[in-house]
Design a protein around this ligand. Structure first.
Ligand code: NAP
Length: 259
């Protein structure tokens, strides 16, 4: 992958020039905003989603700001897919400096009515996918004695949320997993942190009924839903070289919802 230069006039304070980042779930929503932000700060971005067609708009947005990005079709829950992507990115870039495990799905329903498939699918994508990418990229980072892993959890992984037993378990799992690998990888210059978004306006939340959205807004002290850029800003900081003393932490970006 060609080396990207930090595009002028993006207002980026984090300099990621010369760094390579993998962002999963980069085709839309939060992952797309993260990919664009990292590229705007100078990173070469490898965006992952299940189809290349889905990644087109992200790649075009990055090209439009003078950044460098490439798309990779992969299912994060399939080990062979993950290995293929990581090998290809490493072969092109030499090193992988940043990994953002963002791909995630919901399949909501009350626990007593939840089918095993809904449990497995959500746990496989949200938690197993995070494990597979962290393991594979973690090995590259160990060799390079440097790395920044940012895992996207949710406030639903910090407090319970009726109707989301599978999702909540997967996101709480991401927190426990991240705290453990933060300890395992710290001595090699690799930090691992968790960003736990509250209610962010994306396709994932767009389908919720208006009544629910109104009720949720009333529980948010800042009285608005978050934007994907609210999450991308923090991820970008955590992905930067100056965040070297910050590891194993869970930061909620939720307008004060869990305060
Ligand atoms: P979204 O708009 O539904 O986007 C999900 C992304 O994940 C898409 O790029 C999708 O790509 C990708 N993806 C899903 N399954 C995948 C798989 N098996 N392999 C590879 N990629 C896969 O969701 P979002 O709202 O941006 O959420 C992003 C992350 O933030 C998720 O982990 C979510 O749980 C978390 N989060 C969101 C909110 C919120 O309010 N929106 C709140 C808390 C946490 P393709 O469909 O193109 O494959």
């Amino acid at each position: 992958m060609a080396e990207a230069q930090a595009p002028a006039a993006t207002g980026c304070r984090v300099d990621l020039t010369g760094q390579t980042a993998i962002v999963t779930g980069a085709s839309r929503g939060i992952g797309q905003a993260i990919a664009i932000r990292l590229a705007a700060c100078g990173a070469s971005v490898a965006g992952v989603a299940r189809t290349l067609a889905g990644l087109e708009s992200t790649l075009a947005a990055i090209q439009a700001i003078g950044g460098v990005a490439e798309g990779y079709a992969a299912d994060v829950a399939v080990a062979a897919d993950v290995e293929r992507v990581v090998e290809a990115v490493e072969a092109k870039s030499g090193k992988i400096h940043i990994l953002v495990n963002n791909a995630g799905i919901t399949r909501d329903g009350l626990m007593l009515r939840m089918e095993e498939d809904a449990w497995r699918e959500v746990l496989d994508t949200n938690l197993k996918g995070t494990f597979l990418f962290s393991k594979s990229v973690g090995a590259c980072m160990m060799r390079g004695r440097y790395g920044r892993i940012v895992n996207i959890s949710s406030v639903a992984g910090m407090v319970g949320n009726p109707g989301q037993a599978n999702y909540s378990a997967s996101k709480a799992g991401v927190i426990g997993f991240s705290r453990t690998i933060a300890r395992e990888l710290a001595s090699r210059g690799i930090t691992v942190n968790v960003v736990a978004p509250g209610f962010i306006t994306t396709e994932m939340t767009g389908a919720l009924p208006e009544k629910i959205k109104t009720e949720v807004k009333e529980r948010i002290p800042v009285r608005r839903f978050g934007t994907p850029e609210d999450i991308a800003d923090l991820v970008c900081y955590l992905a930067g070289p100056s965040a070297s003393y910050l590891t194993g932490q869970v930061i909620a970006v939720d307008g004060g919802m869990t305060a």
